[in-house]
Design a protein around this ligand. Structure first.
Ligand SMILES: C[S@@+](CC[C@H](N)C(=O)[O-])C[C@H]1O[C@@H](n2cnc3c(N)ncnc32)[C@H](O)[C@@H]1O
Length: 244
């Protein structure tokens, strides 16, 4: 993994890579397409070379390089964390791994699927939409968080409206949790689909955060509808929230 100051990512060689799948006959068209995309994806190659568990790590690195919300000593909750790329970035940037300095951060990674242990990170296996899942994370957190991340994504149904509704439900659950646990000036960053964030959610975000923006990092595939909503400057005391 690269150090916590800079994002390296794909080299120019990796960007030019083009590999064809030779065993195409034994596979379905969609399997070949997926494999070719993986083999030719410069971020997949970079993640392998730099020791990240997922190409998604570069999305968070890019967003944080631009908006600087992960800092040493911070407490981060990462929802939809497996296989763990965002947790790796969070552990490094918050210095959550013991012995990395005086300002020791804290990272909790939550996923409904299995995630391998990661030094400096508490891994919780939970469906975050289940009743009481938020309370279980709060109990482990034992106080406020500075950053709530959500890269949660349900399996695509291929039906645009259904996928949109499913991702909005995940975003809303993450936001509800963020409003409960974030410290003053805290940050919420969550995956949404193009077409953006629904008005209700945007209104809520604007009430609770000083700055709200949509971000599409370069590492997010151009042909994917995925983007991120980034809300910074949480107002812990809702009494001073602007009603806009
Ligand atoms: C795109 S992956 C996350 C990748 C991760 N950010 C990384 O860097 O490795 C989305 C994850 O969201 C998880 N997920 C989807 N719905 C969830 C839910 N209701 N509760 C917990 N995790 C969920 C999936 O299991 C999947 O591992």
């Amino acid at each position: 993994m690269s150090d916590d100051k800079k994002t390296s990512g794909p080299t120019s060689g990796e960007r030019k890579l083009h590999v064809r799948v030779k065993t195409a006959k034994k596979r379905t068209v969609s399997q070949v397409r997926w494999l070719e995309r993986q083999l030719n994806d410069p971020y997949v190659a970079a993640a392998k070379r730099e020791g990240y568990r997922s190409r998604s790590a570069y999305k968070l690195l890019e967003i944080d390089d631009k908006f600087h919300f992960l800092k040493p000593g911070m407490r981060v909750v990462d929802l939809g964390a497996a296989p763990g790329g965002w947790c790796q970035v969070s552990v490094t940037r918050t210095h959550a791994q013991e012995g990395r300095g005086a300002k020791l951060g804290r990272v909790i990674g939550v996923d409904m699927g299995n995630m391998a242990e990661l030094p400096g990170c508490t891994v919780m296996k939970l469906d975050f939409l289940d009743d009481g899942a938020d309370d279980q994370v709060k109990a482990v957190l034992g106080g406020e968080a500075d950053v709530v991340l959500s890269d949660m994504a349900a399996h695509s149904t291929g039906h645009r409206q259904t996928d949109h509704l499913k991702i909005m439900a995940l975003c809303e659950a993450a936001l509800e949790f963020a409003i409960d646990v974030l410290s003053e000036n805290g940050t919420y960053c969550a995956k949404v689909l193009r077409g953006g964030t629904e008005n209700d959610l945007l209104t809520q975000l604007k009430q609770h955060f000083r700055t709200v923006r949509h971000v599409k990092p370069k590492a997010s595939r151009a042909d994917s509808a995925e983007m991120y909503v980034l809300a910074q400057g949480f107002r812990r005391n809702r009494d001073d929230a602007d009603e806009d």
